[in-house]
Design a protein around this ligand. Structure first.
Ligand code: MG
Length: 283
């Protein structure tokens, strides 16, 4: 693939992301994939989906894990339910994440992404120490598949994420940088955060958002909006990625499953915006 191919989220079975027909219609050359349900994670399904991608000239760049019982209803619920952090489900989800990585391997994909959850702030706590061990176990499993794990940003500050990555001490742990999440969760100014974590970034989301009221950041969600309409500053974002030497896909994330017509329109607009900026920046 050439530098900065446009990407979008898609699914193998019905679910999150855009319909594959939209990927084809918009001529999008790369996708990140939402991991399918367990019953769909088979060799036959992987081969059938790969054939579909090959026909459409689409490359799968990363498979994202998600779990039953996760809810993004509000920030507090997200902290309680998302990723490997919640202790009651940690072991079972880690096992499922390994299976998702094995499915990604069947697809020939060398990166698996996830929201690990809100990494505990107290780095001396048992929960933090156990999360480190859990993450190492996952990383060692995926390494045998020749894969890396990309942690989605936003649920902690850039500094805390760097601290966590250093503590894990593995060479296959990287970052999927999502600038809008920094705004939505109120965890830091996105461009400044990107500069801090830049050397670990192996994939990114192109998503936009507006900040919550200043005195409510970190407590109330900001608002996710169409690309270019929010507070990230897409030109700044792409210029910073360029300075950092990032040359991977520009994966658009626009989850409004309740309105597929609007989703398709917003993604079409995002593709145009990114293509224009890419030409301006890369020449
Ligand atoms: Mg994202």
């Amino acid at each position: 693939m050439s530098k900065w191919p446009i990407g979008v989220f898609a699914s193998v079975d019905a679910g999150l992301g855009v319909n594959f027909d939209v990927v084809k219609e918009l001529g999008i050359p790369s996708i990140q994939l939402h991991a399918p349900q367990k019953q769909t994670r088979t060799k036959e399904q992987a081969d059938a989906f790969l054939a579909k991608c090959s026909d459409a000239g689409v490359t799968i760049t990363c498979v994202f894990g998600g779990f039953e019982g996760e809810s993004y209803a509000d920030i507090e619920t997200t902290a309680r339910t998302v990723g490997l952090v919640p202790e009651e489900t940690r072991a079972a989800r880690m096992q499922e994440m390994k299976e998702i990585a094995d499915f990604a391997h069947l697809l020939g994909v060398d990166a698996v992404g996830l929201h690990i959850g809100f990494v505990p702030e107290d780095t001396n706590s048992d929960s933090y120490r156990d999360l480190i061990e859990t993450t190492r176990d996952l990383l060692d499993h995926v390494k045998a598949n020749g894969q890396n794990v990309h942690l989605e940003t936003g649920q902690e500050t850039a500094d805390h994420l760097l601290h966590f990555i250093a503590d894990v001490e593995r060479d296959n742990l990287y970052i999927n940088f999502d600038p809008a999440n920094m705004i939505l969760y109120g965890t830091g100014e996105p461009i400044e955060a990107l500069r801090k974590v830049g050397k670990h970034v192996r994939s990114i989301h192109c998503k936009d958002a507006t900040w919550a009221a200043e005195d409510r950041r970190g407590q109330d969600w900001g608002a996710e909006v169409a690309l270019g309409d929010g507070d990230v500053g897409m030109e700044d974002y792409l210029r910073t990625l360029h300075e950092l030497g990032y040359d991977g896909p520009l994966t658009i994330e626009r989850e409004i499953p309740e309105d597929p017509v609007q989703q398709k329109a917003d993604i079409g607009k995002a593709v145009s915006l990114l293509e224009e900026l890419r030409t301006n920046i890369l020449g």
